[in-house]
Design a binder for this molecule. Structure first.
Ligand code: SF4
Length: 64
């Protein structure tokens, strides 16, 4: 599982980090999301998928 962030699209809604704080955080300087684990373990798949769905601007891409 690999997660990517489209930094051009992220509008800092923060849905992703509320849903999966193990994987996403918000950069206080840039104000956009950062990915803490680009290859999260399989046991986080459900929350990562939920976080990807929760992004209102489809800035998160899940591969694999
Ligand atoms: S939910 Fe989407 S727009 Fe909001 S911080 Fe996460 S990636 Fe950015």
């Amino acid at each position: 599982m690999h997660v990517k962030l489209d930094t051009q699209n992220c509008q800092a809604y923060a849905n992703c980090l509320l849903t999966a704080p193990e994987v996403f955080d918000l950069d206080e300087e840039s104000g956009i999301a950062i990915i803490l684990q680009e290859n999260p373990p399989e046991n986080l798949r459900a929350v990562v998928e939920e976080a990807v769905r929760s992004c209102p601007v489809q800035a998160l891409i899940l591969e694999g």
